[in-house]
Write a protein that binds this ligand. Structure first.
Ligand SMILES: [Zn+2]
Ligand SMILES: [Zn+2]
Length: 187
């Protein structure tokens, strides 16, 4: 029986293309992203088959999950739903010679994953897709106003009066200059 927790290349060789349907649960600790507050079950579907090149295998599929991300401006959690497709190409890791220990990778090979072991854990694929779906700077809304730099209040809510007093401060300076000028003119 083909393994259903991993894409096993030998199974594809033996039984032909394989389909997978799996649900995985991750902890936020495991995913180690400060932007991630909570995450629900991740469902993954995939089909894997032989590629055109010898020892090449292809996997196409998608992952779906819901999570709570931390907004990078107002630092409040907000709900997020993601569904993303993946198209992966697995090729054997090229042999590294002693003189040349860096194998050149041409730009069109960037979506290729080089394998050393002939099986790919699906749970690992799912976690990779989650990592890709987490933005560098998550925003609860594009127009999020963030926090007041003076008092830390969330400006999306009731806000604070810092801006007003900062404005008063500016007028205060102006009033001071006016007073100075007036004094000079009297002299
Ligand atoms: Zn926000
Ligand atoms: Zn404030």
């Amino acid at each position: 029986m083909p393994d259903k927790e991993r894409i096993v290349f030998d199974d594809i060789d033996k039984y032909g293309p394989q389909s997978y349907e799996r649900t995985y649960q991750f902890t936020t600790d495991e995913l180690a992203r400060i932007e991630l507050v909570a995450i629900g079950p991740v469902s993954l579907i995939a089909q894997a088959r032989k590629g055109d090149l010898p020892a090449e295998y292809l996997a196409d599929g998608s992952t779906t999950f819901t999570a709570d991300f931390l907004c990078s401006r107002c630092v409040e959690p907000y709900p997020f739903a993601n569904s993303s497709e993946f198209h992966l190409r697995f090729r054997p890791r090229p042999e590294v010679s002693e003189e040349n220990d860096e194998v050149e990778i041409t730009p069109d090979e960037l979506d290729i994953e080089f394998y050393t072991e002939r099986s790919i854990p699906l749970r690992h694929l799912a976690s990779e897709q989650i990592q890709l779906a987490i933005p560098m700077k998550p925003l609860c809304t594009e127009s999020c106003l963030g926090l007041c730099p003076l008092c830390g209040a969330n400006k999306n809510g009731e806000g604070c009066s810092c801006q007003e007093s900062a404005a008063e401060g500016r007028w205060g300076v102006l009033a001071g200059i006016r007073a100075e000028l007036a004094k000079k003119n009297e002299q």
